[in-house]
Design a protein around this ligand. Structure first.
Ligand code: TYM
Length: 334
């Protein structure tokens, strides 16, 4: 069988955290050896909320360095920056003319992010169409994502299906690849909400570059409950179940099985803190080395843009032809 084609993306809006890692990035690393993966730092998506233009380019470089630090190997996958591949915005326009206002208005992420802002950009509304373009340009069969991106992936499938049925088979139908546990890592201080870079308290989010003592302190202070017994029950014991899922994602033991090993919250927290610091240590070490390898990181980005454009331009040409746009005249290169 052909190797599956994979596409996924991450925003360069701040430091990456344990939710990103366990929910998606680990799958990116695992997939690179038996698939054809394209991984994208989605800088254009980050323009949809307050634009931090002073720091965006540095954050984009840092995000690529972080992807290398977690173990992505440019020999096995293409790492690129979304804005370097203009086919993404060209295809977005075409897909915006296929998507409907109604379906975009139903996106929960738009409703959540939009409701907390005084002025909502049109880009925030059409955000999922750009994401659909990211995915469809690379003929992705599989899209490794955390649970919060499922609805966007569903929309990408609907848009692809509608385009194909109106204009002929053009796009490959993508499927979500969501991890069996830790697909939604919860905030340690507020286990009713997902862990995120923009949490109210930084105590709730373990960042991949947090020093070991900070990780231990955040895990030890994680909010639990007053019941005192360790068992896996996400609905009634969200704090403890979140810790069990984190440990399960790292040890590959089922969360309900892990629960049987613990008679106190303290012992569970000690093991979670230990397991998390063990996986973060080599990432931080590699990231530190990469801070002196700016030329290498830029080369990865340059090669990635070239490789990504080769694939994206073919798919875009297929889509423009299918929808009936006049083929552009060849432009002399000199
Ligand atoms: P972003 O940048 O918010 O997050 C990157 C990835 O991390 C996952 N994730 C989580 N998983 C588990 N628990 C959490 N608490 C958690 N927080 C984040 C996300 O599900 C995601 O997989 N719209 C996307 C970026 C994107 C994209 C794409 C993804 C743009 N184009 C094409 C896939 C394919 C986003 O904002 O992810």
């Amino acid at each position: 069988m052909d190797r599956p084609r994979i596409l996924s993306g991450i925003q360069p809006t701040g430091e990456m955290h344990l939710g990103n890692y366990l929910g998606a990035l680990r799958l990116w690393v695992d997939a690179q050896y038996d698939a054809l993966p394209h991984y994208c730092v989605v800088d254009l998506h980050s323009l949809t909320v307050q634009i931090d233009s002073k720091h965006l380019s540095k954050r984009t470089l840092d995000a690529v360095a972080m992807l290398l630090a977690i173990g992505l190997d440019p020999q096995h996958c293409t790492i690129f920056v979304q804005s370097h591949v203009p086919e993404h915005t060209s295809l977005t326009w075409i897909l915006e003319c296929v998507a409907t206002m109604g379906e975009l208005g139903r996106m929960t992420q738009f409703k959540d992010k939009g409701s907390s802002q005084e002025s909502v950009s049109a880009g925030l509304f059409t955000y999922p169409v750009l994401m659909a373009a990211d995915i469809l340009l690379y003929d992705a069969n599989k899209v490794p994502i955390g649970d919060d991106q499922r609805q966007h992936l569903e929309l990408a499938r609907r848009i692809a299906g509608r385009f194909n049925s109106r204009f002929g088979e053009t796009f490959v139908m993508p499927e979500a690849l969501v991890p069996p546990v830790a697909a939604r890592v919860m905030d340690l201080q507020n286990p009713g909400s997902k862990m995120s870079k923009s949490s109210e308290s930084s105590l709730g989010t373990v960042f991949l570059l947090d020093p070991a003592d900070v990780v231990v302190s955040k895990v030890k202070k994680a909010v639990t409950d007053s019941d005192g017994t360790v068992h896996y029950d996400p609905e009634n014991k969200p704090g403890i179940s979140n810790l069990l899922e984190i440990l399960s994602a790292i040890t590959s033991e089922r969360p309900d099985q892990l629960a049987l090993k613990y008679s106190s919250y303290g012992a569970l927290k000690t093991d979670v803190a230990g397991a998390v610091t063990d996986i973060l240590r080599p990432i931080a070490e590699r990231y530190k080395e990469l801070s002196n390898e700016d030329a290498y990181v830029r080369e990865v980005i340059r090669n990635g843009a070239m490789r990504a454009r080769e694939v994206a331009s073919v798919t875009l040409a297929r889509a423009t032809e299918a929808i009936g746009l006049l083929e552009p005249p060849a432009v002399a290169s000199e």
